[in-house]
Design a protein around this ligand. Structure first.
Ligand code: ADP
Length: 333
């Protein structure tokens, strides 16, 4: 039995109890009301009958006949009400179960998503931890470990610790759920320019040229989130580009929206993988294997979440081996 099955049954039982309580009370009221109406109707009939035959008395067996008639009619009414309640019980149980499933579905989905998130996060945490554990164990077992080797081991462990720190930051950013932010006017070109300047040294390491063509555009959004989104897109463009290539960063206006585009000449994404790259922990094959580009598959899902909170969206066009263009669409002021 799945954990939610017993909750469905309990909720169904509560719905049925409520429906049956209403049905029984209603039937009880109808039964009493009908019985008293019947009795007064029959009494009135006797009165009218004796008034019509002023001189003749009401026959002796008349009142017993009325009682019999009353018992007969109320017996029939009772069996009809019992049948009605049985019908309500069956129909109520079926519809209650359906309603219980409908009510619980969003809760079940959210619990499932949370479980998946926890499982994925633990899996991501386990890999660097296992690498660190093995390195430390091997180092401790090595009786001839010299100082240089110990320093190399510590450096390698520090890298893993930094990776764990990034992962923890990413997980925190994904779990923070503040809802929609109050939008303020922002100079898209200014924020983009600052982010480009911040990440240029990283591009320089790979001899990548970052060309910025920034039209002045005022958009509505949150400055910090925008800075983070551009940072993620530019960082990815650098990570997934070969050396000595060019990255173009542009801001422009189209169809009543403000756009920021980051275009690279990197490895690109296969068409089949494109719909998944915004999913948590998803990494395309090319970034996992061979070249081993560092990352946890959280950047784009964080960027998309931040964009949605600003009533914005991120679109991507990519072709493997040629490059990708990620565009952020934002509302104009
Ligand atoms: P990460 O870069 O840490 O793996 P992201 O969520 O930022 O995580 O990206 C998810 C995946 O999308 C990456 O693993 C990569 O396969 C693909 N991707 C993202 N940006 C680019 C890019 N500019 N060029 C090629 N592939 C990209």
């Amino acid at each position: 039995m799945k954990p939610f099955d017993s909750a469905y049954l309990r909720l169904t039982a509560w719905y049925v109890v409520i429906i049956m309580a209403i049905s029984f009370s209603f039937s009880f009221w109808v039964y009493n009301q009908a019985k008293s109406e019947l009795r007064s109707g029959l009494n009135r009939a006797i009165e009218l009958k004796s008034m019509a035959n002023e001189f003749s008395k009401v026959p002796a067996g008349y009142s017993t006949a009325i009682d019999d008639q009353l018992q007969d009619s109320s017996g029939r009414l009772l069996s009809q009400l019992v049948l009605l309640n049985l019908g309500v019980l069956v129909a109520g149980s079926v519809s209650s179960y359906w309603l219980a499933r409908r009510t619980m579905r969003p809760i079940e989905q959210s619990v499932e998503a949370q479980e998946r998130f926890t499982a994925d996060a633990s899996h991501e945490l386990r890999t660097p931890l296992a690498a660190m554990k093995t390195e430390i164990e091997v180092g401790l077992r090595d009786k001839k470990l010299n100082k240089d080797e110990a320093v190399a081991l510590l450096k390698s462990n520090l890298e893993e610790v930094e990776r764990l720190g990034d992962l923890a930051d990413g997980l925190l950013a994904l779990t923070q759920n503040e809802g929609m932010m109050p939008p303020t006017p922002i100079d898209l070109d200014y924020v983009a320019g600052k982010t480009v300047a911040r990440l240029r040294p990283l591009a320089r390491v790979k001899d990548i040229d970052v060309v910025a063509r920034l039209q002045p555009i005022k958009v509505l959004g949150d400055k910090q989130s925008l800075d983070k989104i551009i940072g993620i897109l530019l960082d990815n463009a650098i990570k997934y580009s070969m050396e000595k290539t060019t990255i173009h960063v542009q801001t422009y206006q189209k169809d009543g929206s403000g756009y920021l585009a980051v275009q690279d000449q990197g490895i690109g994404v296969k068409a089949g993988e494109l719909p998944h790259i915004f999913e948590r922990f998803y990494r395309a094959d090319t970034s996992r294997s061979k070249t081993h580009i560092p990352g946890h598959g959280l950047g784009l899902s964080i960027a998309q979440k931040l964009a949605e909170r600003m009533d914005s969206s991120i679109e991507v066009v990519s072709s493997p081996g040629k490059g990708s263009t990620f565009s952020v669409r934002m509302p104009l002021v």
